[in-house]
Design a protein around this ligand. Structure first.
Ligand code: CA
Length: 233
């Protein structure tokens, strides 16, 4: 069964090009040319991934993203945003609103396919496990939701992904480069600084629990290995 991708793009020529490339890469495609049509198709067809153009007539990309997340049956579909270079503030907003990743126009077909593959792979890895538990922390990747001893911790996508990676392998040390490539795409610029900032934010948000996020000097970061003293949730 090939994965189905919903292409949301109002420009017919771009849509046709994306369709051609995705089908050549083995994906099944469906299309929408505006926001409302996108929502309707997402609900009825349940695509595995949505390619969402940000500048759409009527309901724009952000509006579509919001509404997708309001419905349980579309909330967990990964969304890859398509934005123009001048819309970089939209990218930040989109990622904060729950988009999984983005590609800037004009994009190369290779990059687009690589991002799609990475997102679908991520989804498959997460699928068998609806949530991950580490000590008193519960992480639900489908909703990018984190709770600590039952209390919700608001996290950005980047923070969630980093925390999820470390909690999935307690005791394992990840280098900053590994963290960047595992939580984003392979072709992102590696910024160690971004990882450090995310760690600082996570520690702050997690309070004393954040002490478990350990710095391994000269190597990277790890989540402290579980011990018999840890709460069994
Ligand atoms: Ca457009």
């Amino acid at each position: 069964m090939s994965n189905m991708i919903l292409i949301v793009e109002d420009e017919e020529a771009i849509r046709a090009l994306i369709r051609f490339n995705l089908q050549a890469a083995g994906y099944t495609t469906c299309e929408a040319e505006d926001g409302l049509q996108a929502l309707e198709r997402a609900k009825t067809l349940k695509p595995d991934l949505i390619l969402l153009d940000w500048m759409l007539p009527g309901l724009d990309g952000l509006g579509v993203l919001r509404r997708l997340h309001e419905h349980a049956d579309t909330a967990s579909i990964p969304v890859l945003m398509l934005t123009a270079k001048s819309e970089e503030s939209d990218v930040v907003l989109g990622l904060e609103m729950g988009a999984s990743d983005y590609v800037t126009k004009p994009f190369s077909n290779k990059v687009l396919i690589a991002r799609i593959r990475a997102l679908l792979r991520r989804g498959e890895e997460e699928a068998p496990e609806e949530y991950l538990r580490y000590a008193g922390l519960t992480l639900t990747p489908g909703q990018r939701r984190a709770t600590l001893a039952g209390k919700e911790i608001p996290l950005t996508c980047g923070e969630f992904d980093l925390l999820y990676l470390l909690c999935a392998h307690p005791g394992h040390v990840y280098t900053r480069t590994q963290i960047v490539s595992r939580t984003k795409g392979d072709d992102y610029p590696v910024t160690d600084r971004a990882v450090d900032v995310t760690i600082v934010n996570l520690r702050r948000k997690l309070g004393t629990f954040g002490e478990r996020l350990e710095t391994v000097r000269g190597v990277g970061y790890r989540m402290r290995a579980l011990s018999s003293l840890d709460p069994a949730y």
